[in-house]
Ligand binder design. Structure first.
Ligand code: ADP
Ligand code: MG
Length: 434
């Protein structure tokens, strides 16, 4: 066995021959092997989320078992694991992600120095500097890192303060759950008692009425009590189309700081720092090779370094230009669309329309569910370009003519109703940027 990656490639190849292309792409291709130990008979496979995990256990575990047995002649005990952060794909290499997101580990350059300075000011003087602080920038440029840096700094220097970090999407999920279980007052207590409230990817609350309502009150009560609020987003407030006006103006009350893609020197410094943190040596030549090819996303820079380290661990190979080239293509391929699955889309639409995900797939015909379902079909078609027959199948085995009708309805309604159009635009953007 040359390597871990090759072993996994063989398993994938085996599975690919046994299932449909869509099933392969949706379920198998999105697994990242974290450990394949044929001597001990253990495999640890990372999967994107719990739903994915359940489906694999239910429908594809037998196939994976069979593939391992056929290819390697031994029974392998498979464990599926959902990583806490999607970028932490090589397990054992970066154990406590959030602990490492500190100011010390944040490389400052012209692209992020403003956001960095503002974050430092907020951390050293909560609610005294800028409130709220709103940080925006594209995916992979360090928003979550810097938000956690504030969090970690305050926890260390001001342990008396109650700090609360939440992702915008989780705020929504928690709220829906609280409403369903009659636990809204506990929900409110939790959020309105924070001294420092950090919300990552706030754009996900846009278009969701009850979430925005609740967030509005949370914001007001914290703001009035002079508590620090820090928000991140992939775009500035004015570009979050279905954000309520009263929230938009509030988000603009304090300071808005953007993070841009890093310049060459900053990219070099980041590569060096990430290698250092992995206790791994990368030559200047290799760093430059990476820094000249990956310019837009720091997560990809880091991913490449991790990939090289994993290769070194597994095969004892020091990075060469050619293995670096492969590592970069790997990262670029892995970063491409396929996380855009039907289940993600249905999830996002369900949250936006405040209906159950299962109802969207079910035969229910109540008007709120039907409307959400039509939009979900529309978004699925826009994003995945799946054939109508497949889309019908994903929505509880509906006929392709039902799908065509749904798409026409949504098209027609969007022309009449600009809000619906903005809502759908935001849904698409949210899913693409996830
Ligand atoms: P975002 O939240 O903007 O999508 P993240 O904060 O998750 O991006 O950053 C992606 C990865 O890049 C993280 O592992 C983070 O540590 C790293 N990173 C981003 N910016 C920097 C920086 N300035 N210095 C060091 N690492 C960085
Ligand atoms: Mg983030």
């Amino acid at each position: 066995m040359e390597s871990f990656n090759e072993a996994w490639a063989m398993i994938c190849d085996y599975c690919k021959r046994q299932v449909t292309d869509v099933a392969y792409k949706t379920w198998i291709a999105r697994i990242t092997p974290s450990k394949l130990d044929f001597d001990k008979g253990e495999a640890v496979l990372l999967v994107p989320n719990n739903f994915h995990k359940q489906t694999l256990v239910r429908c594809y575990k037998d196939l994976l078992d069979e593939a391992m047995l056929q290819l390697f002649g031994s029974n392998i005990n498979i464990t599926f694991v959902v990583p806490t952060e999607d970028n932490d794909l090589v397990s054992g290499i970066s154990p406590n992600l959030e602990d490492e997101y500190t100011f010390e580990n944040f490389i400052v350059g012209p692209s992020n120095k403003f956001a960095h300075a503002a974050s430092l000011a907020v951390a050293s003087n909560p609610a005294g500097a800028y409130n709220p602080l709103f940080i925006y920038g594209s995916s992979g440029l360090g928003k979550t890192h810097i938000l956690y840096a504030i969090f970690n700094d305050i926890r260390k220097n001001r342990p008396d303060l109650k700090t609360l970090y939440v992702k915008g999407a989780d705020f929504t999920i928690e709220l829906i759950d609280a409403i369903q279980h009659g636990a809204t007052s506990a929900f409110r207590n939790k959020y309105r008692n924070a001294d420092l409230f950090l919300v990552d990817d706030i754009q996900f609350i846009a278009g969701k009425d009850s979430t925005q309502e609740e967030f509005f009150h949370t914001f007001n009560s914290l703001y009035e009590a002079k508590k620090q609020i820090v928000l991140t987003s992939d775009r500035p407030p004015k570009e979050i189309k279905t954000l309520e006006e009263r929230l938009r103006t509030r988000f603009e009350w304090g300071l808005i700081a953007d993070i841009q893609p890093p310049d060459f020197e900053t990219r070099m410094a980041i590569i060096k720092r990430k290698a250092e943190m992995l206790d791994f040596n990368i030559s200047n030549e290799i760093s430059e090779y990476i820094a000249t090819r990956l310019k837009k996303n720091i997560r990809q820079l880091e991913g490449t370094v991790k990939n090289l380290k994993a290769n070194y661990l597994l095969r004892g190979e020091k990075p060469t230009l050619s293995s670096t080239h492969d590592a970069i293509s790997n990262i670029l391929n892995n970063d491409q669309p396929p996380p855009l699955t039907v289940e993600n889309i249905i999830g996002e639409v369900a949250r936006t329309f405040a209906v159950d995900e299962e109802d969207i797939r079910s035969p229910k015909r109540s008007s709120s569910v039907s409307a959400a379902r039509q939009v979900a079909m529309y978004v699925v078609r826009e994003i995945t370009q799946l054939p109508m027959v497949e889309i019908g199948r994903e929505f509880g085995g509906r006929d392709h003519s039902t799908v065509i009708y749904a798409l026409q309805q949504v098209d027609k309604n969007m022309k009449k109703d600009p809000t619906l159009k903005s809502t759908i635009d935001d849904i698409i953007k949210n899913i693409r940027d996830k």
